[in-house]
Design a protein around this ligand. Structure first.
Ligand code: HEC
Length: 197
């Protein structure tokens, strides 16, 4: 009797191991269904650079659609720097809008951008006109970092910040360009998907 139980347990462990190895072998596989913002076609995550695929943030995002970099004070400086180099030329320094629309308020051309899943989809696969896909320029970890800075720049009522959890929302202060804010930094800390992160 005991023997049977042990054997079953061993078999289950073995099976779990095989499935685990299989899933890891497939690389960036999302538990959530990610689609292009304009066409609705599934995104091909294999198009993203190898680098930055296996960070804790990317894994968590692909499992849950949540961005763990939101309001993370350690990662926001790098997130700020990425936004300045990749997005501000079109969307404005504070995402107030320029040739691309403002990203700092609760109005979205594509309503799904109020979720982090939607925002990732738009950044990864692009939208119309000059908003090209970003998978050639940013890896997936960097996309999550950029997203956290876009969210940090939000200037409207925190009640609309649906991407934050309850305690983050309670602590969130709408962005004020005239107030002291987090400076950009080049360095990618380990905790933000850096070399040993
Ligand atoms: C070359 C100019 C350009 C760059 C660079 C650019 N964008 Fe855009 N972006 C646009 C334009 C133009 C649109 C409007 C496209 C549309 O309506 O389909 C847009 C739309 C968007 C939207 C949809 C907004 C909404 O209201 O639903 C998001 C989100 C966005 N961009 C994020 C980003 C982020 C983040 C970056 C940097 C990683 C970036 N963009 C870089 C030009 C740009």
């Amino acid at each position: 009797m005991t023997k049977t139980i042990l054997t079953r347990k061993a078999a289950a462990l073995l099976l779990a191991g095989v499935l685990g190895a299989g899933a890891a072998g497939l690389g960036a596989r999302a538990a959530i269904m990610l689609t292009n913002t304009v066409t609705g076609q599934p995104l091909d995550l294999a198009e993203a650079p190898e680098e930055g695929r296996d960070t804790k943030a990317v894994k968590t995002f692909l499992e849950t659609g949540r961005n763990i970099y939101n309001e993370d004070p350690v990662c926001l400086p790098k997130a700020h720097e990425l936004f300045l180099s990749m997005c501000s030329g079109c969307h404005g320094h504070y995402a107030e809008g320029k040739i691309g629309p403002g990203l700092n308020d609760s109005y979205w051309t594509y309503p799904k951008n109020e979720t982090d899943q939607g925002l990732f989809e738009t950044i990864f696969g692009g939208a119309n006109g000059q908003m090209g896909p970003m998978y050639g320029a940013l890896n997936m970890n960097e996309m999550l970092l950029v997203m956290s800075w876009v969210r940090h720049l939000y200037k409207d009522d925190p009640k609309g910040a649906v991407w934050l959890n309850d305690s983050q929302r309670a602590a969130f202060t709408p962005f004020d360009a005239n107030a002291k804010h987090i400076e950009p930094a080049e360095e990618l800390p380990e905790a933000c998907g850096g070399p040993a992160g």
